[in-house]
Design a protein around this ligand. Structure first.
Ligand code: GLU
Length: 325
């Protein structure tokens, strides 16, 4: 019964310069007008108190495990409050492993609690509403801010300061909170969850690099990557292109590790067989790169690391990207 709220820090907990320690989960929820009136029993727990950018895969999988236990013990849904900086990645990580019908809702704030028009309280209220909404069951991990519900799979942080930063450029929001009511317009298809508790040593070893391709890129930074990383995500130009001179280097890397091709544009898919110049998507696929479909570079990196940590081989990885990309 009720909602378990796990507080991880972030702007929603930042008191402002000279105002003392970070706010606890209890302090965050105490400042939400209308929350008590919802009548939802809240089990508030302080798990971490860090900026979003300092969270790790291992820490977040622990958070998912705590949430999973709470749901198994009867919670209707989960709310995680965290820094917004890494939220598009942690949300997707949770979504990939979340096995329950109960919603796993992530929220945060763009404005600190003491600022005029602080958005944290409204976001927490909306998140609790979504976590208990029958309409949101079975939708996996959801990101709720600014009275919108976004799929973890599609959501991006698109602006560094705006309270409307979270958007899903490929799809739009799945739903809205209107007059306090959760209105889901879409429920995304779900896939078999990946193993939620990969061996920690394997997770640590499954280092995945991200290389953003830029004008006149000579790929210098990719030298020696075989020795330090287990996988690579390439954020290519447009539909998945790199300078022709870089293609052989990526092909050579693909013989040692999975190399996933994504687009650096921010929305839209990489193509598979439209262009054929050296460094084109067709050329790179022929050299062994795996295409990410619609998955953006950051989400592709989350999926690849989780797959490597679970011991997946190249074919399993290609299949997983074909299914989820
Ligand atoms: N920018 C951070 C975030 O991800 C907040 C920094 C902090 O929590 O100290 O919300």
């Amino acid at each position: 019964m009720g909602v378990v709220l796990l507080a991880l820090g972030g702007t929603i907990s930042v008191p402002g310069r000279g105002r003392g320690a970070r706010l606890s989960g209890a302090e965050i929820t105490a400042a939400v007008p209308g929350l008590t009136e919802l009548g939802v029993p809240l089990d508030v727990r302080d798990v971490q108190a860090v900026p979003g950018g300092s969270l790790t895969f291992a820490q977040f999988l622990d958070v998912v495990a705590i949430a999973s236990r709470a749901v198994a013990e009867g919670a209707d849904g989960v709310v995680v409050t965290q820094g917004t900086d890494s939220l598009e990645e942690t949300a997707f990580l949770a979504d990939l492993v979340w096995p329950h019908e109960a919603p796993f809702v992530l929220t945060g704030a763009m404005r600190q609690p003491a600022m005029a028009g602080a958005d944290g309280p409204a976001n927490v209220l909306a998140a609790v509403r979504v976590a208990t909404a029958p309409e949101a069951r079975g939708a996996g991990a959801l990101v709720v801010l600014n009275d919108e519900v976004h799929a973890a799979r599609w959501v991006r942080k698109t602006h560094s300061t705006s309270t409307a930063t979270f958007a899903s450029p490929n799809t739009g929001p799945l739903g809205h909170i209107v007059e306090g009511r959760v209105r889901m317009l879409l429920i995304p298809p779900r896939h078999e969850p990946l193993p939620a508790g990969p061996d920690r040593k394997r997770l640590e070893d499954a280092r995945v690099a991200l290389h953003v391709v830029t004008l006149d890129d000579d790929g210098d930074r990719l030298q020696g990557l075989e020795a330090t990383h287990r996988g690579l995500v390439v954020a290519g130009f447009g539909v998945g292109h790199v300078p022709g001179a870089l293609a052989p280097r990526l092909g050579a890397l693909a013989e040692h590790m999975p190399v996933v091709l994504t687009s650096r544009t921010g929305s839209g898919p990489v193509l598979r067989h439209t262009y054929s110049a050296p460094g084109s998507e067709t050329d790179l696929r022929r050299r062994g790169l795996i295409d990410s479909g619609f998955l953006d570079p950051y989400k592709a990196r989350v999926l690849l690391r989780l797959l490597l940590a679970a011991g997946a081989g190249r074919d399993d990885i290609a299949e997983a990207f074909a299914l989820r990309g």
